[in-house]
Design a binder for this molecule. Structure first.
Ligand code: AHG
Ligand code: MN
Ligand code: MN
Length: 321
């Protein structure tokens, strides 16, 4: 079994700044995993406060945020941090070359009902080291990310990392307290039959997406279903399943959320990089996610990603209009 350390050692990257950040993510995720497994009911409750996005904050959102922030603030290579749970960016070491944006706990509405959650990270270099850290530093296009990662706390805890045009998956072995390579060189199947969308929004979304969902529900000539619908409500879990089995994830603009629900910088961009490096693509319906230039740090976007042929099929509905 190849441990995460050995994997990076074999690539001559064990001493790299990037590996030190990945190591922080690993160590943080082990703590979050422990908190989840400990099952203390107190930790699975709401904080009864709203975050900057006007969403309910759960205790575990804050626990995960504090755990990862603590590691990142102590990493001399990290210059600044953007988190879903903090309105403002957080300063790190002013000599550090790297910036990190994170969703420390994704899928928090699932916490209290024992359904998989995740953590998402976007890692990139600060472009202009001669100016002080500011929000502009984080407003980069997704294609300028150096690395993206997520942890999925599911039936097992796995870490997916995308860098150098490759995607690799590691599983946490609790006995060894270490991550081991279990999914080398991941590729999303080009075609799939899973569609993932919150159908509660179906009557307030773009007609193109409505029509695509209707297409997914069409029966074959012998009366059988052609697709299957799956929506967990944790982006990490929904994306991961589709990456492994072949499928499409769609979170469109809705009348409630005219800019979409998911955050561009620390949810969509890292997932889009993982999709890209595993042979797939992402879009907001018009523009590739990795080409979008954010205007603000907590900006939201419509998000479509998954098996290339399914994404292309959906996008063809836009061209037909
Ligand atoms: P978070 O818990 O970080 O706020 O993210 C929740 C996101 C995402 O994980 C999921 O796909 C989506 O919100 C679900 O939204 P709906 O409840 O509107 O379906
Ligand atoms: Mn999230
Ligand atoms: Mn979150």
């Amino acid at each position: 079994m190849i441990s995460l350390n050995t994997f990076f050692k074999n690539k001559n990257l064990l001493e790299s700044s990037l590996f030190k950040i990945i190591d922080d993510i690993c160590n943080g995720s082990k703590i979050v995993n422990e908190v989840l497994l400990n099952g203390n009911p107190e930790n699975f409750k709401s904080e009864n406060v709203k975050n900057i996005q006007n969403e309910d904050v759960q205790k575990l959102d804050l626990i995960a945020n504090n755990v990862f922030l603590e590691y990142f603030k102590n990493n001399l290579d990290i210059h600044g941090i953007l988190s879903e749970e903090n309105e403002k960016i957080i300063e790190g070491n002013s000599f550090g070359k790297y910036l990190i944006a994170m969703d420390p706990l994704d899928g928090s509405s699932n916490i209290s009902v024992n359904i998989p959650v995740g953590s998402i990270f976007s890692i990139f270099q600060k472009k202009n080291m001669s100016v002080d850290l500011c929000e502009d530093d984080f407003l980069i296009k997704g294609k300028d990310q150096e690395c993206a990662a997520y942890v999925l706390y599911g039936t097992s805890t796995i870490l997916i990392i995308a860098f150098n045009n490759e995607v690799h998956g590691f599983t946490l072995n609790l006995k060894e307290n270490d991550f081991f390579l279990t999914f080398p060189d991941l590729k999303i199947p080009k075609e799939g039959n899973i569609f993932s969308i919150n159908e509660g929004n179906i009557n307030s979304i773009d007609t193109e997406i409505f029509n695509y969902v209707e297409h997914c529900k069409e029966l074959s000539s012998d009366g059988k279903r052609t697709h299957t619908g799956r929506f967990i409500g944790s982006l990490v879990a929904d994306f991961h399943r589709n990456m492994m089995k072949g499928g499409i994830f769609i979170y469109p603009k809705t009348s409630d959320k005219p800019n979409g629900q998911l955050r561009l910088i620390y949810e969509c961009n890292p997932i889009a990089l993982i999709a890209e490096f595993s042979g797939s693509k992402s879009s907001d319906g018009n523009t590739s996610i990795l080409e979008k230039k954010p205007k603000s740090i907590h900006e939201r976007t419509a998000f479509i990603t998954g098996s290339t042929k399914m994404v292309d099929k959906l996008l063809s509905f836009y061209k037909n209009e």
